[in-house]
Design a protein around this ligand. Structure first.
Ligand code: ATP
Ligand code: MG
Ligand code: MG
Length: 524
């Protein structure tokens, strides 16, 4: 059905009633593709952070991408599909799944079940993967993105097994199979097609990563393979029904995911502008060429022959179990963000704090750092939160960065940081001295309290001691006669240069404002 309407309000109303446009954002023109709407839905596979696999008691190491573990050393007979072995559901995987579902505001199903998804591949010894195709354990959730006020609906969460890994060596044409990962627990988190740009898709993945880490259910690391995304992309002319989706598999970073979406959007638009249809396909992404390529069309889609797994009874979760988990949930990132904003912190400071806390800060050796939020909370107890956040996000992070260190290597204890803030707050030291003190603690990794250090290093401010101040100012005026003359003629900029000299003479202990006042008094 074709509807020609020039008034956008009418169009929104009309389209809504025809269920053509899902949100009013659909009418926001993106200069990259004017006249087109982009629609993205994401299937995330997150490795569950449990000690044992989903259906066997085999240890899975800290991470299955832990290369220090030799291949095929974390494999139970069940994982290798020996005849006669039976699955036994790991309750810890269920608990972490339920935690995640609650964090995503999803309804946890009191009854769910497991199905077999059949296909043949060397890294899948049983010839099927156990998943929750017909009855997932949680449905109808919601994730609010952190950068923009966008809600993404979560269709469902299901528990499933991961496969092994196969690597092909083209030189001697041999495929090597490693079953260490086989049978590891995954959560598949399926979003509704609610994202409207590559940026929203990136925000979704990052927000979800932070959430998974905060509830402790997954490391959520794309580079290391503990979080993998299949991204579904479609485009449609503004106001028209949704276009045909293509699914891009195996994206291993948020950056590549965004590039893949942009390239896919342009490919769809090119086809549609030529009057061609977009065929529904599963596609791969070539990182070097920054474009997607066809893996298989819908017609070639394998028939998975889903069937209930006869060896596993339904998963029944009672009210008390879910309530107990609800009551032990940690503070979620969204709540923490709201709490920090209510304390009067700026959006930017909150973003920085939350970003380091969720481990998004990538370190030089590829490790993650964390705990910034707890650090802030402890230091800010009974102290001015804005002063504290300022010294953490600006000064501390700045100094750590210049030392090429990350927050996890921060040697300043909560007590020391608190002490430093108190000295600053009570004007016992100046800001300049505070910075020097911090530099000193980081360099020496001393555990001495800042008040003692300030004394030892003669950094305590001497604001009351006007005679000192006057002497320093007089000296500076004498040392900089030309500047002093210019200042007398009213050149305000030059005064700052003289202030700088006095600050240096005082080794940062003088208060810049008092210095300026004294200089002006002496100059006139
Ligand atoms: N028109 C569309 N444009 C973009 N994404 C879409 C569109 N329609 C559906 N999607 C997204 O496609 C995904 C479909 O995932 P789902 O797991 O339901 O099925 P599947 O991809 O067919 O199966 P499998 O799990 O075997 O890959 C969802 O994330 C959904 O939001
Ligand atoms: Mg899926
Ligand atoms: Mg899919």
């Amino acid at each position: 059905m074709l509807v020609h309407v020039s008034n956008p309000t009418t169009l929104v109303r009309l389209s809504r009633s025809l269920s053509l446009v899902h949100t009013s954002r659909a009418l926001n023109d993106d200069p990259r593709w004017p006249g087109w709407d982009v629609v993205v839905g994401i299937e995330v596979h997150a490795q569950i952070k449990s000690r044992h696999k989903l259906f066997s008691e085999c240890g899975q190491g800290s991470l299955t991408s832990d290369y220090s573990v030799p291949p095929n050393t974390r494999v139970s007979p069940y994982d290798a599909a020996f005849p006669g072995t039976l699955p036994r559901l790991n309750p810890r995987c269920v608990e972490l799944g339920v935690r995640t579902a609650i964090a995503l505001n999803a309804s946890v199903q009191r009854r769910s079940s497991f199905d077999r998804k059949h296909y043949f591949y060397a890294d899948l010894p049983a010839g099927y993967q156990i998943t929750q195709h017909y009855a997932p354990f949680a449905t109808d959730g919601r994730l609010t993105l952190s950068k923009e006020d966008v809600h993404v609906r979560i269709k469902q969460l299901q528990l499933e097994q991961d496969t092994g890994k196969s690597t092909f060596d083209p030189r001697n044409r041999v495929s090597e199979i490693d079953l260490n990962r086989a049978g590891t627990g995954l959560m598949e988190i399926v979003s509704e097609p609610d994202m409207r740009s590559p940026e929203e898709a990136a925000d979704y993945v990052r927000t979800l990563q932070a959430l998974l880490r905060s509830v402790g259910s997954s490391d959520g690391n794309m580079e290391q393979g503990s979080l993998r995304c299949d991204v579904n992309v479609s485009v449609n002319r503004q106001g028209a029904p949704l276009g045909t989706r293509c699914e891009i598999k195996n994206l291993n970073s948020v950056k590549f995911m965004m590039i893949a979406i942009v390239s896919e959007v342009h490919r769809h638009i090119d086809l549609l502008e030529q009057g061609l249809a977009v065929p529904q396909e599963t596609r791969g992404f070539n990182e070097d060429r920054a474009e997607t390529y066809s893996l298989r069309s819908k017609e070639d889609a394998p028939d998975y022959r889903y069937m209930p797994d006869p060896n596993l009874p339904p998963l029944l979760l009672n009210e008390a179990y879910v309530t107990e988990i609800c009551q032990s949930m940690p503070e979620l990132p969204q709540a923490a963000r709201a709490r920090l904003l209510a304390l009067g912190l700026s959006r930017r400071d909150v973003d920085v704090l939350m970003d380091i806390d969720s481990g998004r800060e990538i370190t030089f050796d590829g490790q993650r750092s964390g705990g910034a939020l707890a650090y802030f909370d402890q230091v800010a107890q009974r102290r001015d939160p804005r002063l504290v956040v300022n010294w953490i996000t600006h000064e501390l992070l700045g100094q750590l960065a210049s030392r090429r260190e990350t927050f996890s290597e921060n040697s300043i204890s909560v007590e020391q940081m608190g002490g430093l803030i108190d000295l600053l707050h009570n004007k016992k030291i100046t800001g300049t001295s505070g910075k020097s003190l911090m530099r000193h603690i980081l360099a020496t990794r001393t555990t001495t309290m800042p008040s003692t250090l300030a004394q030892e290093l003669s950094l305590l401010a001497s604001p009351a001691d006007d005679s000192n101040l006057e002497a320093w100012c007089a000296e500076a005026i004498a040392a900089l006669p030309e500047e002093a003359d210019a200042a007398r003629r009213g050149n305000a900029n030059v005064v700052n240069k003289i202030v700088g000299r006095v600050m240096k003479a005082s080794r940062g202990t003088a208060n810049a404002q008092s210095v300026k006042a004294m200089l002006l008094k002496l100059l006139h």
